[in-house]
Design a binder for this molecule. Structure first.
Ligand code: AKB
Length: 317
């Protein structure tokens, strides 16, 4: 299996590449990024600088490396997208179009693409948001995710390209921090706690959003990609891990880091958070390909603090 991962230096990519290399052999997983330099861990296999908006370059890489599966993770997230909507449209839409089109022309067998809870908007039911519901986002990022979902379905229906995706909630992880998302506070707060510094949270304490710990994110991605195609009713599935408020997260950390102080100063990201669901119904994923998350809030917090304390001891931040 020859695999290409775009956005490989990002939050999900930097960990997914390592898991794929473990499973399929380091030399078979080509990691591509273009903004950040690769971490030393990504040097465990091939790394190329690639901008997904450059279709010719993408075509060359897919052809030369005989790529059979693409995990297309390169994207501009919600908060960064509101600062530069044109860039979000360009990277998210052109990037996805190029990946799908190159896959069609060069016969790539499977494509994974992350959608997001950002496809939902203020008119969508906020609790137990169904798989099939109103998709009317108010952010440019959300708009690119809805259009992206439709584009993936189009390539599946019209050309038979096996595209699969997940509507990810906020992803919490200790390896690479996210950049430019609305759910970033749920990661930043841990770095401050471990540094022994107070944290100023950019959403209100009662803000509840669906989240997922990285091991569950990787498990969901791999399980969906390995699922029997005959069982898939959808191309893109709702998935969720744990929903909690910013205050509940802070309290869970304070149980383990006594004296940790958090204050709340909502900024423009509050409106984005308020437009998204609080809890997600992921029954379709559970029924069709056996999805089940492993981490609840206490287990995730325990694991995050432990991982970040080790990094801090090594002087990594
Ligand atoms: C963001 O906050 O933009 C992302 C997402 C939920 O897709 N983490």
């Amino acid at each position: 299996m020859r695999i290409l991962v775009t956005g490989a230096t990002g939050q999900i990519g930097s960990e997914l590449v390592l898991v794929l290399r473990e499973k399929f052999g380091a030399e078979n997983v080509v990691a591509c990024g273009h903004k950040r330099p690769p971490s030393p861990k990504l040097a465990s296999g091939p790394f190329l600088s690639l901008d997904v908006t450059d279709k010719t370059a993408l075509e060359r890489v897919v052809g030369e490396h005989k790529i059979e599966v693409i995990y297309h993770l390169a994207a501009i997230l919600s908060a960064a997208g509101e600062k530069n909507p044109g860039l979000a449209w360009k990277v998210n839409m052109e990037g996805l179009y190029n990946v799908l089109e190159v896959s069609r022309v060069l016969g790539v067998k499977k494509v994974f693409w992350p959608s997001s809870i950002a496809v939902f908007g203020p008119k969508t039911p906020k609790e137990n948001t169904p798989q099939e519901t109103i998709l009317s986002p108010t952010t440019m990022y959300g708009i690119t995710k809805v259009a992206g979902e439709l584009l993936c379905e189009y390539y599946y229906r019209r050309y038979g390209l096996d595209v699969r995706g997940l509507r990810f909630p906020g992803i919490i992880s200790s390896e690479t921090p996210p950049g430019g998302g609305t759910t970033d506070y749920a990661v930043e707060i841990f770095y401050h706690a471990v540094r022994g510094e107070p944290y100023t949270c950019f959403v209100r304490p009662d803000t509840v959003l669906p989240m997922m710990y990285m091991p569950d994110c990787l498990k969901a991605t791999l399980n969906l990609m390995e699922a029997d195609p005959a069982k898939l009713r959808y191309r893109i599935y709702n998935v969720t891990g744990i929903s909690f408020s910013a205050e509940e997260l802070a309290r869970e950390i304070q149980k383990r880091v006594p004296g940790f102080k958090v204050e709340y100063k909502p900024d423009f990201r509050q409106a984005i958070a308020d437009s998204w669901p609080r809890t997600i119904d992921d029954r379709a994923a559970r029924e069709d390909w056996g999805w089940k998350p492993d981490y609840d809030l206490p287990r995730m917090v325990e694991d995050m603090l432990c991982a970040l304390k080790k990094k801090r001891e090594k002087g990594e931040f």
